[in-house]
Design a protein around this ligand. Structure first.
Ligand code: ADP
Ligand code: MG
Ligand code: MG
Length: 972
């Protein structure tokens, strides 16, 4: 296989399909040249094979010869020679991997110029200014990109030259200054490298090609691939292309154009251009660009030609394309095209509109595949309202959504300000575990350092808090920070957009997330596609959340956490009375009060989800979480003393204290110790159901026992539930009873439960994988300790590929899920199986759950649309490769127990399937950490509670619940 292909080489397949070999840029250049026959300057592509060979064993044998022959072919086509002192050919050397990768090597333009050929160029073009302008660009680019010399060295000199000559733009710098610049630039190169700037074009070319190869393993490129989940083995291609000159004169220029508006998705061209400029002048913001509409006035013929090309590109790629073009003395050249990046809003609009576009005619399935979870994430979070705000600085958008607040620069100050009721943005150079309380108290987080797996990024995503990280211009000193000359003091308002990575001064107006018509349309199509495959439910603990989940398209509630009903301020004293009860009578009295309160909650929830299944989980957290903090009470005891009530609570708290509460008396274990509790909850629920039926509703109830480990445990809990159901229904009319559906099942959230799923299924009507706890227990990671303290180090060092609390661990936890499904169904083929961990809203995890054979996923209402989309995309991906998908599911359901288990033990093939599916999505979205509304809300609620607690304390009461503890309870 050759290492080098000309753009006009006739490949057996359309070159646009050869991105693996030619890289994205090379593949599309070849497509435009050889298939579309657009005006593209000639050139050739050195393949990714060559790069891989280079990485393995240095400069590949035979490559020099191939490059040389390709160069000769190019020179022949152009009628010019590289380095010719009379009429030189110049080329660009452009990197281009399979996936577009910011952070890779830049492009070197004007290669082939040297002290002799620059004079030839000047004579040929009769334009000395142009020739030296090209040369100074080349020398500085070569220095910066190939020789790794910091760009400022060159930029400062250019700025000085401009000042000296009084020029406002690069194009006005007189030739004398340009010549002096070239001289000075060469001196910089000598100083930095100890060698002269290479004059020979062969040396220049080889240097540039090697630099592109080498840039594949540059730290920025590696970090980017890690984040995007792109393989490190792909390598990059190198494109060598004859130069065309937008900086030739005023009949020349360069620009970028989109075939539709990438921000809104609106039809019609969109883009910028600059007269008399080269390459990246347009994006560099050196001069003010003009919109493409201005092109129409200045170069009407070119504009018309470009528009015709746009139409062809869209029809050919069946998608919105972005392009780079250059005009050289009135002639249009196309330099690049690719399917363009777009905002979420634009992605939705374009996907829907292209189904009816006669030139494109997307199928609905294709439209659904065009939208990524990240796109939906964008439209589902509040964002800056318009483009009117001035961006102070930019960083990495690490956790989506926008936030507005006052600046605080330490975690303590942030927490204190939030305690006073202020909205806070915590600004830190970087964050560490000591900052967690301040992060929790903030609306959003801004850091000056750190990448997408930094502490701040990981923690913020875990909580669904907007965050911008790595805003490198931010310098913090004492009680203020600066960005250049701007000083922002503690208490000043700023706004951050964690989707776009933008930071702005003041209170930027936000737009609430709102669903467009296209959003509804596209998700409707997704629902049709996933019908009969994977259902999507919401995790909701109260009526409003349930209603919201339903609006978002949830097909039921997969997890209703009853403890949230207990933590409410009016309930907590009753719960405490129950815990403190000295005898059964007092305990029952308290339970009775709770029952009445819970019944009202359940009615609301069942009403909101009428006709759809509602999975109610009986009480899960350890009792001490409802008791005051022992540390605080101990201090109070030692100082001002305790009231009698406080003393009782203190004693109880000490009595219920556990060393490892996560592994302690919680879930069904609590039920075993306090059986009255579960009976009370079931009665409250069933009474609510009866009342709903009486009101003409259709409640569908699933009662779920948490943290089961053995069959016997579940059998016992089930017997209480059944007894309570029967007891409650005994007094209701038979018609009511007949209209009530009640299933009793369990969560599978311990490794043992997954392993013994066959036994457990004997007494369960359904399973729901609690993948948060299952992850904690499988890894032995306490989420609250690990996520803040060590997760970022693990991710940075590559010890983990993803945060397993964001994307389910496919090999370990995923294996337990697969095992649990197959063993459970071996016992009970009709077993209904869902997932209710936060992973249920994460696209990569959804693929794993769908492949395991789950019936539904359940996630926070906010993530429901993303889950609907992802579920449909899984179905579409499976249809594209029917064999692997079908094989995996079918046998699990039918085969008898042991055999099925033995045979089914799914071998490795999971991995490739997952990868294939992941590839389908835009890489950016694939690994994007989901935001979690639920924890955000829990955090917000906890903040409120903490504030309430503070008030109470002041009034001599006891603390309600510490944010820390509520934060802990979120993980279950
Ligand atoms: P990137 O991938 O960063 O966009 P490119 O290889 O596309 O890098 O090149 C950077 C800039 O240089 C673009 O504006 C491109 O249009 C311009 N450019 C690249 N090759 C040529 C060429 N042969 N003639 C003129 N301009 C070029
Ligand atoms: Mg480009
Ligand atoms: Mg749990």
């Amino acid at each position: 296989m050759p290492f080098v292909f000309d753009f006009d080489h006739s490949h057996r397949r359309p070159p646009m399909e050869l991105k693996d070999l030619l890289g994205g840029k090379g593949a599309n250049l070849a497509e435009m040249t050889s298939v579309l026959r657009l005006p593209v300057p000639h050139g050739f592509t050195i393949t990714t094979d060559a790069c891989r060979a280079y990485m393995e064993g240095g400069w590949p044998e035979g490559l020099s010869g191939e490059v040389k022959r390709a160069r000769v072919r190019l020179e022949r086509k152009m009628g010019k020679h590289l380095g010719d002192p009379v009429d030189p050919l110049l080329v660009s050397v452009r990197s281009g991997a399979k996936f577009s990768m910011p952070g890779m090597m830049d492009t070197v333009l004007n290669l082939g110029l040297n002290d002799d050929s620059v004079q030839g160029l000047a004579k040929q073009t009769d334009d000395e200014r142009f020739a030296y302008d090209s040369y100074r660009r080349f020398v500085s680019m070569y220095g910066r990109i190939v020789l790794d010399i910091p760009g400022e060295a060159f930029d400062t000199l250019l700025d000085e030259a401009k000042e000296r000559s009084g020029s406002t733009t690069d194009a006005d710098v007189p030739v004398g200054q340009l010549q002096a610049l070239v001289f000075a630039y060469k001196q910089i190169i000598r100083d930095h490298t100890g060698a002269d700037f290479p004059q020979h074009p062969d040396a220049q070319l080889q240097g540039a090609i090697e630099a592109v190869f080498g840039s594949w393993n540059g730290p920025r490129a590696i970090a980017y691939r890690d984040h995007e989940g792109i393989s490190h083995d792909l390598g990059t291609a190198v494109n060598v292309q004859a130069m065309v000159f937008g900086n030739r004169d005023d009949r020349s220029g360069t620009g970028v154009g989109f075939t539709r508006d990438p921000a809104t998705g609106a039809k019609g061209e969109y883009g910028d251009f600059l007269v008399n400029a080269q390459g990246e002048d347009v994006v560099a913001g050196i001069r003010n660009t003009e919109p493409l509409s201005a092109l129409k006035e200045k170069f009407p013929k070119i504009h018309a030609e470009l528009m015709a090309i746009f139409v062809r590109l869209e029809r050919h790629y069946r998608d919105m394309c972005d392009t780079e073009f250059t005009i050289e003395q009135g002639k249009l050249w196309m330099l690049q095209t690719r399917v363009g990046k777009r905002t979420g809003r634009a992605a939705l609009r374009m996907a829907v509109e292209m189904t009816t576009d006669p030139g494109i005619r997307l199928t609905r399935g294709e439209a659904v595949q065009r939208v990524t979870a990240e796109h939906l994430d964008q439209v589902l979070h509040p964002q800056f309202a318009g483009t009117g705000h001035a961006v102070l600085t930019k960083g990495l958008g690490a956790s989506p959504g926008a936030a507005v607040g006052r600046v605080y620069l330490t975690a303590d100050d942030a927490a204190a300000a939030a305690g006073r009721g202020e909205h806070v943005i915590l600004v830190r150079t970087e964050t560490s575990p000591e900052d967690v309380h301040g992060m929790l108290a903030s609306e959003g987080i801004l850091t000056a350092r750190g990448g997408l797996v930094s502490h701040a990024a990981v923690v913020a995503r875990g909580w669904g808090k907007p965050a911008v990280v790595g805003a490198e211009q931010v310098r913090i000193t004492g009680r203020s920070f600066t960005v250049g000359a701007t000083v922002v003091n503690e208490g000043d308002w700023i706004s951050i957009d964690g989707t776009a990575g933008e930071v702005a001064l003041g209170q930027v107006e936000l737009v609430e997330a709102k669903a467009s018509e296209e959003f509804e349309t596209l998700l409707g199509w997704a629902d049709v596609i996933r019908k009969g495959h994977l259902k999507v439910r919401a995790n909701a603990d109260n009526g409003p959340d349930a209603a919201n989940g339903r609006r978002m398209g949830a097909e039921g509630i997969g997890l209703c956490r009853t403890e949230h009903m207990f933590i409410a301020e009016d309930r907590l004293p009753i719960v405490r009375r129950m815990i403190l009860a000295k005898d059964t009578e007092a305990e029952n009295a308290a339970l009775e009060e709770l029952r009445v309160a819970q019944r009202a909650d359940f009615i609301e929830i069942l009403k909101a989800m009428d006709g759809l299944p509602v999975t109610v989980r009986l009480l899960d957290p350890p009792l001490h979480e409802f008791l005051p903090d022992t540390g605080e009470l101990a201090i109070k005891e030692a100082t001002v003393g305790l009231t009698a009530e406080e003393q009782a609570l203190f004693d109880a708290a000490k009595q219920w204290h556990e060393y490892n509460p996560m592994l302690g008396t919680r879930g069904v274990r609590l039920g075993v110790i306090k059986p009255g509790l579960y009976a009370m909850q079931v009665r409250a629920l069933m009474e609510a159901a009866v009342e709903r039926v009486a009101d003409g509703g259709k409640p569908v109830i699933e009662i779920m026992i948490p943290l089961t480990v053995t069959r016997e445990e579940l059998a016992l809990a089930r017997s209480w539930v059944e007894a309570a159901v029967t007891a409650t229904l005994a007094s209701s009319p038979r018609a009511t009873r007949r209209r009530l559906e009640v299933l009793i099942g369990t969560m599978i959230e311990t490794p043992r439960a997954a392993l013994r799923a066959d036994e457990i299924a004997e007494v369960a009507d359904f399973f729901s994988f609690g993948t948060n706890d299952l992850t904690q227990m499988t890894f032995g990671f306490s989420r609250d300790d690990v996520e803040g303290r060590m997760m970022s180090a693990y991710l940075e060092k590559g010890l983990l590929k993803h945060n397993p609390f964001e994307t389910v661990d496919a090999d370990g936890v995923g294996e337990l899920v697969r095992l649990g499904v197959s063993r459970g169904r071996a016992t009970r083929p009709t077993l209904k199986i869902g997932v209710c961990g936060e992973h249920g809203g994460d696209p990569a995890s959804i693929t794993i759950f769908a492949d395991a054979g789950c019936d539904y996923v359940s996630c926070s209402p906010f993530r429901v649309p993303i889950a609907r989309l992802s579920a449909a995309q899984v179905v579409l991906a499976r249809a594209a490769q029917p064999a692997s998908g079908a094989k995996k599911r079918a046998p699990a359901r039918k085969a008898p127990v042991r055999k099925a288990v033995a045979k089914k033990r799914p071998p490795a093939p999971k991995a490739p399937v997952r990868k294939a599916a992941a590839k389908k999505r835009a890489p950016a979205a694939a690994k994007r950490a989901p935001s979690r509304k639920a924890p955000a809300r829990a955090a917000a609620a906890s903040k409120k509670r903490a504030a309430g607690g503070a008030k109470k304390r002041a009034a001599g009461g006891t603390r309600v619940a510490s944010p820390r503890r509520v934060a802990r309870s979120r993980a279950r």
